[in-house]
Design a protein around this ligand. Structure first.
Ligand SMILES: [Zn+2]
Length: 76
């Protein structure tokens, strides 16, 4: 039979682990809340730097990079 002190100790351990888990999740959430803002800023700046996000293909004939799928005619 479990003694009273063992029950109290188990409950104490449970509470400590639970509170610690809550704190751990909160710190993870704070980090997750901060990260999207950074990625949003990064995507904004990357969009400004490179507005065309299409995959580029190099023309084997003239070496000009053109958007994938777009019709390309060599100047020469
Ligand atoms: Zn070409």
């Amino acid at each position: 039979m479990l003694s009273f002190s063992k029950i109290i100790f188990t409950a104490l351990v449970f509470v400590v682990v639970w509170q610690g888990f809550k704190l751990f999740n909160r710190s993870k959430q704070v980090a997750a809340d901060e990260q999207p803002k950074q990625t949003k800023d990064q995507s904004k700046t990357s969009k400004k730097a490179n507005p065309v996000a299409h995959e580029l293909e190099k023309c084997p004939d003239c070496g000009v990079y053109h958007a994938e799928g777009n019709a390309h005619r060599c100047d020469d």
